[in-house]
Design a binder for this molecule. Sequence first.
Ligand SMILES: O=P(O)(O)OC[C@H]1O[C@H](OP(=O)(O)OP(=O)(O)O)[C@H](O)[C@@H]1O
Ligand SMILES: Nc1nc2[nH]cnc2c(=O)[nH]1
Ligand SMILES: [Mg+2]
Length: 171
Amino acid sequence: MTGGVETQGSQSINYATVTWDQLHRDARFLAAELMRKHRPFRGIVAITRGGLIPAAILGRELGCRLIESVSVASYAGEEGTQQEPKLLKAPEAAGDGEGFLIVDDLVDSGVTARYVREILPKAVFACLYAKPDGRPYTDHFVTEVPQDTWVLFPWDMAPQFVAPLNRSHKA
Ligand SMILES: O=P(O)(O)OC[C@H]1O[C@H](OP(=O)(O)OP(=O)(O)O)[C@H](O)[C@@H]1O
Ligand SMILES: Nc1nc2[nH]cnc2c(=O)[nH]1
Ligand SMILES: [Mg+2]
């Protein structure tokens, strides 16, 4: 994970950049921990969309072919601040979650994780990255990220031309 700061006007935003390689390594690290600590899972529930690629990697490593999905949309409440999750697709194959692993890319406020855990109370929850507010809602994670940092996933980015230093500075 590589840190960075972007300045927009007077505001600066902290970023943590994750490459495909790093994401793959982190997912394999998570798989090893899950194998050590749990019996084989009956299936995986990916929280779409961010959990889909981590779930595919974990499914391969854990030998798990049954991949269910749950789709949750968070939208602003009437006050404009409160985020209320809305279920767009239920994880029907997972019952109450017994024997299942829920997978997401990260927990931030923890709202999504808490909501999905209520639907699947017996499942284990794992994600790659966790911010402090979300940590209590995940059983496993790989790397902690500061609350004020925005994680940029490989699917959020594209390689692009960057001007050499001697051409990007005006005298
Ligand atoms: O802990 P929280 O504050 O709920 O945030 C974490 C969630 O936010 C992101 O998903 P998002 O809702 O942006 O949708 P996406 O996965 O489809 O991109 C991320 O993939 C997690 O699912
Ligand atoms: N890509 C991305 N999505 C998020 N959703 C909630 N927090 C984050 C974050 O840090 N990065
Ligand atoms: Mg998501």
